[in-house]
Design a protein around this ligand. Structure first.
Ligand SMILES: [Zn+2]
Ligand SMILES: [Zn+2]
Length: 358
């Protein structure tokens, strides 16, 4: 293969990162490498690439050096390939179209756990937003700080949801669900028979977020391969900002003012398991979560995963936060067809039921 122009590739990556509104330090890494290479005497670039000494140059890191080596080998750098999906796309239009394609929300909380409002109010807000369905996913028992539902309370909630559904307008319904804790060994924190009864199961890690990477990877894969799990919730657990502006509410643990780094795990393995088992990766729309980060959304997309663009709403107004997730998904080139909550409820339910089939 003939070599590509590594400097042009680096500059292209920097441009696309800026366009995607990525962190400045990340953009600078590519621009400074391009500048360092431009300054090199004839022949030194290929010599250093062959000798593996590119990173000895000031401003050149492991990631950018790998891109250079791939370019010189005549391959489109993997980093660039993950960015070009959105080239030439009107991102505002793409995000708007994605939002318009959504028919529901697969991750919401009520005051049965740590949400601020009754199920009825969440449902009515979802109706007003034009949704065809909303999945009620209150927390599981071990998450005591969030008043996670015991098996008994969840059974009562299912009866209650059936009564509420009977009163709601035609063409809309609450689907039953749970945001079940992924326990330390990857097991799901609720009775099997109940998980089997629910329409949609979102599984999330809420404890042991600092597990060492190999353990976290095993834990997540065990959960993803569990036939009851349908959607992997906020997979890195990161918190990027403090309490969103104007949001208050006692007992709403989603809003505690703090930041938290991403959990470490082998994303390639976890996403491969999601793709192989037909499980969706959640794009969590909460402003303080923005989880997964865009580089992982792109990686999941390339791995063949489906997605769910969810709000994780703890109050009715937060149901409108889906637009934030849509912007991030559009920036990563996620097509509507790959987003499970663009599907009609019947198709969504066939999909989740398919996971439990023998
Ligand atoms: Zn959660
Ligand atoms: Zn949640």
């Amino acid at each position: 293969m003939t070599a590509r122009d590594p400097i042009a590739d680096l500059r292209r990556i920097a441009f696309l990162l800026e366009r995607a509104n990525e962190a400045t330090y990340r953009v600078r890494a590519f621009r400074s490498t391009a500048a360092a290479l431009t300054a090199l005497p004839e022949g030194e670039l290929t010599d250093r690439a062959a000798a593996g000494t590119l990173t000895e140059l000031p401003g050149v890191g492991e990631v950018t050096a790998r891109c250079v080596v791939e370019s010189l080998a005549g391959e489109e750098p993997v980093y660039l390939r993950r960015l070009v999906a959105t080239e030439g796309v009107d991102l505002d239009a793409a995000a708007t179209a994605l939002r318009a394609a959504l028919r529901g929300d697969c991750h919401t909380h009520s005051d049965w756990s740590d949400g601020g409002s009754p199920i009825e109010e969440m449902a009515l807000a979802a109706v007003e937003l034009g949704h065809e369905y909303v999945v009620l996913t209150d927390h599981s028992p071990r998450l005591k700080v969030a008043r996670g539902l015991t098996a008994d309370r969840l059974r009562r909630q299912l009866d209650h949801v059936a009564r509420v559904n009977a009163e709601l307008p035609d063409g809309f319904r609450i689907l039953t669900g749970i945001e079940v804790d992924i326990l330390a060994d990857g097991a799901l924190d609720q009775d099997e028979d109940l998980l089997a009864r629910l329409d949609v199961v979102v599984g999330s890690v809420h404890s042991g977020l600092n597990d060492e990477p190999a353990k976290m990877t095993r834990r997540m894969i065990t959960a993803v391969t569990n036939p009851h799990l349908d959607i992997l919730g906020h997979c890195t657990g990161r918190m990027v900002s403090s309490r969103p502006a104007g949001v208050t509410g006692p007992g709403d643990r989603g809003h505690r003012a703090r930041t938290r780094p991403e959990s470490r795990f082998d994303a390639a393995e976890v996403f491969a398991a999601c793709a192989a088992h037909g499980k969706a990766v959640e794009i969590n729309s909460r402003p303080e979560r923005q989880d997964p980060p865009k580089r992982l959304i792109r990686q999941a997309l390339e791995t063949g995963c489906d997605f769910a663009i969810n709000t994780d709403a703890h109050a009715p107004g937060q149901l409108d936060w889906q637009c934030f997730g849509c912007v991030r998904a559009a920036l990563c080139g996620v097509p509507a067809e790959r987003v499970v909550n663009t599907w009609p409820a019947e198709r969504l339910l066939r999909w989740t039921a398919g996971h439990a089939a023998p």
